[in-house]
Design a protein around this ligand. Structure first.
Ligand SMILES: [Zn+2]
Ligand SMILES: [Zn+2]
Length: 360
């Protein structure tokens, strides 16, 4: 089978021919339907992340059909569309026990140490199957690329759980990439009154409006602070969510929120992530700063339910598709920042999808 594999920090990944895995006892073989590309994949290939195993199959936003059940596997049905929680948390460490399995210190990650979704098939390890980190979608009408978005949506839900959106809040989203657009939709679902999205790109602001932003601002020409103060009687936003890893934006986010407001450092920053901030903003204004990293089964179940119920728009999120044989081109395209989400689809399914589009 074709697989897109990691070749070391800063090296370009390589498409190679791997033997199709055979599920052993407790394992499940997925026939990949789609794997969406994440900003993290770019950071991996730029060499910003180094905790990957040499030769591992990349991709952690995966969806596929259950193809073969290993001996002893129950509770799954061949042919069902499913996705995998990428953190294969240990279940026994202090963090897992306290309910923070996404922060587990001993969790191999799909697409880092465990072969991921940029391939034709993926072997779901026994520990993932037995812990129900393989999750089937109950709606068979969904496309795999929609189900693959469970992962980024679940991460945003985890972030939102930390920063909290209350009914009638004013939320500012900095950056209208795929992650910003998901936070935007989740803020609206949580009952936000205003969701202000700031992004220098015109097409991205248009996308934000399409997904329901009540206001968009071009930070190059518009005054974000003025807009936010104008909407909030001069108090500031309840929440600001940093969806792009630009260090200077953190201080801006601190200035945008009201006293007792919340700032989420959702985006990862390059290297150690240094950023100069006016700490007194946090001190005097009693601002809460929250983080976010990965997600667990609970957020996965919630995210998939939103997708299944159509309460979050996933169909318009995937704007570009590439066959697996052009995975390198797909990554290069993501790096241009054009489009929203890019799906990499095994060639047989890609060709099938193209035919369907042509017939439609
Ligand atoms: Zn991701
Ligand atoms: Zn653990």
């Amino acid at each position: 089978m074709l697989a897109f594999t990691y070749q070391g920090a800063g090296q370009s990944a390589k498409l190679i021919d791997l033997e199709r895995p055979d599920p052993g006892p407790g394992e499940v073989l997925l026939r990949i339907g789609a794997n969406t590309v994440c900003g993290t994949d770019l950071r991996i290939l730029r060499g910003e992340k180094t905790n990957l195993d040499m030769g591992v199959v990349l991709g952690h936003e995966v969806a596929g059909w259950i193809d073969t059940l290993g001996e002893g596997v129950s509770g799954y049905r061949v042919g069902d569309l499913a996705t995998v929680v990428p953190s294969l948390s240990c279940g026994t460490c202090q963090l897992c026990v306290r309910g923070y399995e996404h922060l587990c210190d001993d969790a191999p990650l799909v697409g880092y140490q465990v072969n991921g979704g940029l391939a034709e098939f993926m072997l779901v390890p026994e520990c993932a199957v037995s812990a129900r980190r393989l999750i089937s979608a109950s709606n068979s009408e969904l496309r795999p690329e929609q189900v693959a978005l469970t992962e980024p949506i679940s991460c945003c839900l985890g972030g939102q759980r930390n920063y909290q959106v209350h009914v009638s809040d004013t939320v500012v989203i900095l950056g209208a990439g795929p992650i910003g657009l998901i936070h935007l939709q989740l803020a609206l679902l949580a009952g936000a009154r205003h969701v202000v999205v700031s992004d220098p790109s015109g097409p991205r602001r248009a996308a934000a409006e399409h997904f329901g932003a009540t206001h968009t601002v071009d930070p190059a020409t518009g005054n974000l602070e003025e807009t936010v103060l104008g909407l909030t009687d001069g108090h500031g936003a309840d929440v600001a969510v940093l969806c792009i890893g630009i260090p200077a934006l953190l201080n801006q986010a601190l200035r945008l929120v009201r006293k007792r407001g919340r700032v989420s450092v959702f985006a990862g920053f390059a290297k150690e992530g240094w950023s100069e901030i006016a700490a007194n903003l946090i001190h005097y204004r009693e601002i809460t700063v929250t983080g976010a990293s990965n997600s667990g089964r609970e957020q996965f179940a919630e995210a998939l339910q939103l997708i299944v119920d159509g309460r979050i728009n996933t169909t318009d999120m995937v704007t570009h598709r590439f066959p697996l044989s052009q995975a390198t081109e797909a990554i290069d395209f993501v790096a241009t920042g054009e489009g929203i989400k890019v799906a990499v689809i095994p060639d047989w399914n890609y060709n099938h999808h193209q035919k369907e589009q042509n017939n439609a």
